[in-house]
Design a protein. Structure first.
Length: 271
């Protein structure tokens, strides 16, 4: 190939420079480099962690009675003021005909319920830490929920009635011209949510002997009268009824009860 004269090469170089052409040295002075076809993407920010449904909620669970109450009748029989009357500090609770105690039942259900609620993000407090102690008094149980400023509180029980009676019911506070009055409305909503979820989750019928449509309104329970947070009692069924007693002694059924209660509490708190 014939070489070009030096003068021609010089002209070509001037033209290329004027047109912004590049050699091995890159872009011409004073001009931006041409955009590349593929832009580098900024690194994606970490997605925020997915929230749990009960994040930020405080729930107090009160497992009724205590396994050691029988050992100290003097302690549990002393009278305390529940505003509408004086009542025993606590009671021993009932039991099935073969000796499975209400205290053992309420403790098992309550600890199962606590685990479920914690897994859903709630902060959970129990009014007792085991099933071999005494008390606390009904006044103290209410105070624990108040001090925690609970968004909801529930006291877990089972009834002891005539063998032919069956079914569960929810106990809701009534106005007494006392501290509970401000939360009676919220407690009623909580009670309805718990009732509906309990019936759906356990398949147990409404009580055939107490209340109307599984709702009982009372003004004689210290755990409710002294509460300043929304609170209800659940009487899970009749421990003296053979069919229900058998269910209560089945761990799988107690898990169903705990799950139903958790769903009721969550429905109330999400409403």
């Amino acid at each position: 190939m014939r070489a070009l004269p030096a003068s021609v090469l010089a002209v070509c170089g001037l033209i290329a420079s004027a047109c912004g052409g590049t050699g091995s040295g890159g872009a011409a002075a004073g001009q931006a480099a041409p955009a590349t076809a593929v832009q580098e993407q900024a690194p994606a920010k970490d997605a925020p962690p997915e929230g749990k449904p009960l994040d930020g909620k405080v729930i107090v669970i009160d497992p009724g009675h205590n396994g050691g109450n029988r050992r100290d009748p003097a302690a549990i029989n002393r009278k305390v003021n529940v505003l509408t009357q004086w009542k025993a500090c606590d009671t021993t609770g009932t039991a099935t005909n073969n000796g499975y105690s209400e205290a053992a039942f309420t403790w098992d259900v309550s600890t199962r319920l606590a685990r479920i609620l914690k897994n859903r993000g709630a902060t959970v407090k129990l009014t007792r830490q085991n099933n071999n102690g005494v008390g606390p008094c009904i006044t103290e149980r209410a105070a624990i929920g108040n001090k925690a400023k609970a968004d909801a509180a529930i006291s877990v029980h089972a009834d002891g009635s005539a063998p032919g009676n069956r079914g569960f019911h929810v106990i809701i506070p009534k106005k007494i011209n006392g501290p509970v009055d401000k939360v009676v409305g919220k407690s009623n909503k909580l009670g309805l949510a718990v009732r509906d979820a309990f019936a759906k989750g356990t398949g147990l019928p409404y009580s055939t002997y107490i209340g109307s449509k599984a709702l009982s309104y009372r003004n004689d329970l210290g755990g409710l009268n002294l509460s300043t947070v929304p609170k209800v009692f659940i009487e899970s069924g009749n421990m003296r009824n053979a069919v229900e007693a058998a269910k209560f002694q089945d761990p799988k059924f107690r898990q169903r009860i705990a799950l139903a209660l958790a769903n009721g509490l969550q429905h109330y708190l999400e409403a």
